[in-house]
Structures are given as C-alpha cells and as structure tokens.
Design a binder for this molecule. Structure first.
Ligand code: NAP
Length: 295
C-alpha cells in the first residue's frame, strides 16, 4: 500500500479554521481580541520572512498583531525594556522574540524576561518545567505541531517505540518529553539519538515512529527505517536555489528512498513547517483566554 503522506498544509488549514471560529466567538461573546507582538532585532532575511509570515497569519485569523523591528545594534538593556513594556500591556497576550538574536545580546536573559503567561513560544523555564510535569502550559510550537500531526493522522502512540534524532531544546528534547507523557498522543517508549549515539541505525530501525530533527539534509535512508514505520521529518535545509530565486529545501529524511517502505511520512516542505506558526496562533488564543480567566 502506498505511504500515507501526512500533510502539514492540510492539517494546519483545518486547525486555522477552528481557531478563526474560536477567535471570532471570543470577541463577540467576551469582547476579547487576542494580541500578539513579534520583536525582531536586526535584518536577517530568514527571520524577516518568518516574522512576516507570523504577522500575516495572525491578521488572517483575527488576532491583533504588532511588529517591533529594531536595529541590529540595539542594546540588551533596550530590548529588555521593550519586553517589560509588553509584559505590562494588557492588549498583548503573547510576546515572541524572534531568534537568533545578535551575538551581543544574551538570548536566555531576554527569553527569561518574558512573562511566562505571555510566553507563547513556550521557551521560558516555567513553561518548560510545567511541560515536563505534565501541567497546563504553553507547549513549544514545533513539538506541539508534531503532536497534532500524529493525532490527526490517526497514528497510535500508546506503547509505540518512538525514536527521536536530535536533542535541541526547541525540538528534540521537548518532543521526546511529550511523547513520554501519560496522556493522549503520548505513552510511548522513547529513545533519543544524537551525535554521540554509538549505533544510531540500531535505534532508527526499531522505531515505530521516527522523528528526525538533526539539521542534516537527507541523512536518513530507506535502510535505516523499519517497514511500516511512521516518519516525521522536522528538518528544513536549504540545499540550493531554483532559477526563480526560491530556495530548494530538503528534509533530514531522504523522502524518495524511504517513502515506499513506510506507513506514513511528512513531506518537506509542507509537513511540520506549516504547523509551527499555526501552533503559535493556538498558544496566543490560549494566552488570551487565560488572561480573561476563561480557562
Ligand atoms: P540543532 O539545535 O542544530 O540540533 C540538532 C540536533 O541533531 C543535535 O542534538 C545534534 O546532536 C543532532 N544531530 C546532528 N547531526 C546528527 C547526526 N549526524 N547524527 C545524530 N544526531 C545528529 O537543530 P534544531 O533547532 O533542533 O533543528 C533541527 C532541524 O529542524 C533543522 O533542519 C531545522 O531547520 C529544523 N526545524 C524546523 C522547524 C519547523 O518549523 N519545521 C522548527 C525548528 C527546527 P548533538 O546534540 O550531539 O550536537
């Protein structure tokens, strides 16, 4: 049977429609409009396009969105002052500081200065700790998107052998932790691989669900996956440029080499990518509802 292609585009579209309805209801029933601010320091083209996409999506869903664009030489002190202002601004429920920040700014210090109740990226230690404990919190957007893709594609996670390749704080560690939780879209037996893993193939070949977030284009080949596995490819790697000027992207999984062997797989582009921004919108709605005492 041909592999099921788990479309992030379609799943994100369905979730956005649900969010737009909920946001409209929140406004009519409670007079609350969710507010999001994105703060960008410097002129990195990739960061500029991510921030633009976030604001565009927020606007399309009925979220009030503000963008603060600061020069690359903005001081840490000034950035912290601006974060403090938005912490106190009751029209703003979510604060997103676009990473990476220029080298002279301590990223952790800035992220930790965001009010945990407005930390819609889910990077603040309070939210990371709550996630670990299984308490309600803002889940980091990419792992949150992966959970939705697994759930909505009907992938059974309970009792599954899940292997995660990558241990970053934004993808590998949190998705491994979430898959381990005693809850729906969890209850898995989880292994995490990284560059010091001795025999990675041994682990990837026994995975019922293989989640790859390594940042190495096409590193996972067909002979490294189990027949009938579900493969979630988080990688987004620029491997060239088309004549149109558009970047050519590849995932961390060699899609063509793997697709005939697996039960289901996410493509790149169009898999995990579209889910990340959508989960940011979901978190912003959650922040607004929490601030209004509705949850
Ligand atoms: P990262 O911070 O660079 O972490 C990469 C992880 O992969 C590290 O833990 C590293 O191990 C491990 N790794 C690298 N090469 C490996 C290898 N050959 N064998 C085993 N493990 C290896 O990356 P990240 O931020 O998690 O991102 C990973 C990928 O996902 C990137 O392509 C990124 O662009 C993409 N991404 C996509 C989204 C999205 O929305 N779709 C969001 C975030 C990231 P060590 O710890 O031992 O170095």
């Amino acid at each position: 049977m041909p592999a099921q292609i788990i479309s992030g585009v379609e799943t994100a579209k369905a979730i956005r429609e649900e969010l737009a309805t909920e946001i409209a209801d929140l406004k009519t029933q409670h007079g609350v409009v969710p507010g999001l601010v994105t703060i960008l320091v410097g002129e990195d083209p990739a960061s500029q396009s991510y921030v633009a996409a976030k604001n565009k999506t927020a606007h399309a869903l009925g979220i009030h969105s503000e963008q603060v664009t600061l020069p690359a030489d903005t001081s840490e002190e000034e950035l912290l002052r601006i974060v403090g202002e938005y912490n106190a601004n009751t029209a703003i429920h979510g604060i997103l500081v676009q990473l990476p920040l220029p080298k002279h700014i301590n990223e952790a210090k800035v992220l930790f200065a965001i009010d945990p109740e407005k930390d819609v990226d889910g990077f603040h230690p309070v939210n990371v700790g709550k996630m670990m404990l299984g308490e309600r919190c803002f889940l980091p957007c990419t792992p949150h998107g992966i959970l939705e893709l697994l759930q909505r594609s009907g992938t059974e996670t309970s009792g599954a052998e899940v292997v995660v390749v990558g241990r970053s704080n934004i993808v590998g560690k949190p998705i491994a932790n979430l898959m381990l939780q005693k809850r729906e879209a969890g209850n898995a037996t989880v292994t995490i691989c990284h560059t010091r893993t001795k025999d990675m193939d041994y682990h990837t070949k026994r995975a019922d669900i293989l989640i790859v977030a390594a940042g190495v284009p096409k590193m996972i080949k067909g002979n490294q996956v189990k027949e009938g596995a579900v493969v979630i490819d988080v990688g987004v790697n620029r491997i060239g440029q088309a004549e149109s000027g558009k970047a050519i992207l590849a995932g961390d999984v060699d899609f063509n080499d793997v697709v005939d062997k697996v039960k289901a797989i996410t493509p790149v582009p169009g898999g995990v990518g579209p889910m990340t921004i959508t989960m940011l919108m979901k978190n912003t709605l959650q922040a607004a509802k929490q601030a209004a005492g509705l949850i």
